[in-house]
Ligand binder design. Structure first.
Ligand SMILES: NC(=O)C1=CN([C@@H]2O[C@H](COP(=O)(O)OP(=O)(O)OC[C@H]3O[C@@H](n4cnc5c(N)ncnc54)[C@H](O)[C@@H]3O)[C@@H](O)[C@H]2O)C=CC1
Ligand SMILES: O=C1O[C@@H]([C@H](O)CO)[C@H](O)[C@H]1O
Length: 308
């Protein structure tokens, strides 16, 4: 079978760290072109814009979007209008409305779309989901803390409107929680701590629940020091499940469990390939909705300025 010819837009940190290695390791895809505004990608044709890539580049079947969320809507819209399948990094857009419009457009165009919630593909997630399916949940504690300087060095966009601040990594935890828990979550309250020189929070505390009054709490911190804390602990009547290292490790009552050997981005691209083959889409909006609702009901405190 011919590989899926892929273009990529936005050759920045995540494209270099994860997307291009995962694409190159998957024979179902062939990366043929990149549109970016920074350093070019070796071994493929590079363009300054998506328009140039579409007009002057080699034919592509699908496009992966790795630009910041602000401004991504118009780009993905353009790719969908050109009849391309799209893989869109998290968070899919700067607003829920934009993401909803893209989901509708993908359906109208009859192409495949994937809002790529990469943390859902962490090795321990499916085993955790299987274990939880027959358990009675009591409470969920999420701690998602990392150093913004390490993961987003010099990225001004993350502090600007639409950039999400600490919710940029926090949405990964929310994408796992919404995948693991059977009932839809909603935000009851939130405290957002916003540096006085930024538009987006550097830390947040969120209280969520569901229709069965599940107690779900999340602590997000973007100024945590070099060692990440990416954990989700779910207490059930039958025992306690814990995910660590962003879902790479799974334990139940303190006993380590077997997990998948596939990496997050390898699984993301395998899923995208499957969706294209099945003429299907996976465009879940729930993690973005929880972020939007946190901004709706959240109280804001101004904290000391942030400098990179
Ligand atoms: N930094 C990380 O570790 C991770 C980031 N992500 C997500 O990936 C997305 C991008 O993040 P990063 O790679 O960290 O950002 P980045 O700022 O390092 O890279 C963005 C790239 O997009 C390019 N770009 C911006 N506008 C463009 C346009 N209109 N046309 C072509 N290229 C354009 C920039 O030149 C830059 O190379 C974000 O949504 C982020 O949440 C996901 C997982 C991890
Ligand atoms: O999506 C993201 O993931 C983290 C980090 O790459 C580990 O998963 C990063 O802060 C955020 O943008």
């Amino acid at each position: 079978m011919q590989p899926i010819r892929l273009g990529l837009v936005g050759y920045g940190k995540i494209a270099q760290d994860q997307h291009v290695p995962a694409i190159n390791a998957n024979p179902a895809f062939q990366l043929v072109s990149v549109a970016t505004q920074g350093q070019p990608c070796a071994g493929v044709e590079n363009f300054k814009s998506l328009s140039e890539l579409l007009e002057n580049g080699p034919q592509v079947d699908a496009i992966a979007f790795c630009t910041p969320p602000q401004g991504r809507f118009a780009l993905v819209q353009q790719a969908l209008a050109a009849g391309k399948h799209v893989l869109v990094e998290k968070p899919p857009c700067a607003t829920l409305g934009e993401a909803m419009a893209l989901a509708s457009q993908a359906q109208e165009q009859g192409v495949s779309g994937l809002f790529a919630w990469h943390s859902r593909y962490a090795p321990g997630i499916e085993a955790a989901r299987d274990w939880l399916a027959s358990r009675t949940l009591q409470s969920v504690q999420i701690d998602w803390k990392e150093d913004v300087r390490k993961w987003h060095p010099g990225q001004a966009w993350i502090w600007q409107p639409g950039g999400l601040g600490v919710f940029d990594p926090g949405i990964n935890a929310l994408s796992i929680a919404t995948h693991l828990l059977a009932l839809p979550l909603f935000v009851e309250s939130a405290e957002l701590r916003v540096p006085s020189n930024c538009q987006s929070p550097i830390a947040a505390s969120i209280k969520m629940s569901d229709a069965r009054h599940l107690d779900v709490r999340a602590e997000f911190d973007f100024d945590h020091g070099h060692e990440e804390l990416w954990s989700i602990e779910i207490r059930c009547t039958e025992g306690t499940l814990r995910l660590d290292n962003g879902g790479a490790l799974l334990s139940i009552d303190g006993v380590p469990q077997a997990v998948s050997e596939e990496g997050e981005y390898a699984a993301v691209y395998r899923h995208f390939q499957q969706l294209i083959g099945d003429k299907a889409s996976d465009l879940d909006l729930q993690p973005l909705r929880l972020v939007a609702d946190s901004f709706f009901v959240g109280s804001r405190a101004s904290v000391e300025p942030f400098y990179d």
